[in-house]
Design a protein around this ligand. Structure first.
Ligand SMILES: [Zn+2]
Length: 275
């Protein structure tokens, strides 16, 4: 036993810095803590710099794996003054996502030119929003589900629309009649409240450090852009707007430009923050 411990200690020091290991699946987020000399330490995964929260020589970052993962292992590094302080080796394990068929308005499948232009213009607005996240996490508690009703479509479901167009559902759908109160799933800043082609009337919250949540197909939005909201605060009413096959709430989680499973954000924050 003693020998094994010595061996483990030696191997984790083999590169002159600590190495830790983690596992992630496509479409998931991992709450990742690491030692950091200062808030000037750089945290990067696959060579991309990732924003993190810093306190008492410790960093906290959200590491995500794309739904469209190639299942390749990757490295995250903590560097200070060009020197690696810590390394985390991520192993990516596969995850099966199921398929479903849907019938929606054909006009929301094969887009008219004016709709294509509208979608493009909306994308420019959204890109700017997603590129300007606030500097610190806007929450102290774990994330929660927006509704307690049945989930009618889970994250990652492969979809075939009207037997023709293929896609994937990168959010979670909750059963909701028109007019159900929709609360914020955590503290955040309202960065969008308006009508979008696909998600209809939509509220987007910025939770800081490139973590966003999206509430779609609303009948009404109840908060203005710029408002700071707390967890459970009502931000809109459910509805049937945009590309839908009936009234429901669509809840999306976008972290560092990737739509990930909201359930993994809930699980990960529940492990580390008060519930
Ligand atoms: Zn949905």
């Amino acid at each position: 036993m003693k020998l094994l411990l010595i061996f483990l200690a030696l191997s984790s020091q083999a590169f002159g810095h600590d190495v830790s290991k983690a596992i992630i699946h496509p479409g998931e987020v991992r709450w990742t803590e690491f030692p950091a000399t200062s808030d000037k330490s750089i945290f990067s995964c696959r060579g991309n710099i990732i924003k993190y929260a810093y306190k008492d020589r410790k960093g906290v970052a959200m590491v995500v794996e794309s739904y469209f993962s190639e299942l390749k292992p990757f490295k995250c590094l903590v560097e200070f003054n060009g020197k690696t302080e810590h390394e985390i080796l991520f192993q990516v394990e596969d995850k099966e996502y199921k398929a479903e068929q849907l019938k929606v308005d054909p006009k929301k499948i094969k887009l008219a030119i004016k709709d294509e232009q509208r979608v493009w213009a909306e994308q420019q607005v959204l890109n700017r929003i997603y590129a300007s996240s606030v500097k610190d996490f806007q929450f102290q508690k774990s994330f929660v589900q927006p509704l307690k009703s049945a989930i009618t479509s889970v994250y990652g479901m492969k979809r075939v629309y009207n037997n023709q167009k293929k896609g994937q559902h990168l959010g979670i759908d909750y059963r909701a009649p028109i007019g159900e109160k929709v609360p914020a799933t955590n503290g955040g800043l309202v960065v969008f409240a308006g009508d979008l082609f696909y998600t209809g009337w939509t509220v987007i919250l910025d939770h800081g450090l490139d973590v966003f949540t999206v509430y779609g197909h609303l009948s009404q939005t109840l908060v203005p852009v710029g408002k700071k909201v707390e967890r459970d605060e009502i931000i809109g009413l459910s509805g049937n707007t945009g590309r839908t096959s009936g009234p429901h709430l669509h809840w999306g989680v976008k972290i560092q430009g990737q739509y990930v499973d909201g359930m993994s954000l809930i699980d990960e924050t529940q492990k580390h923050l008060p519930n």
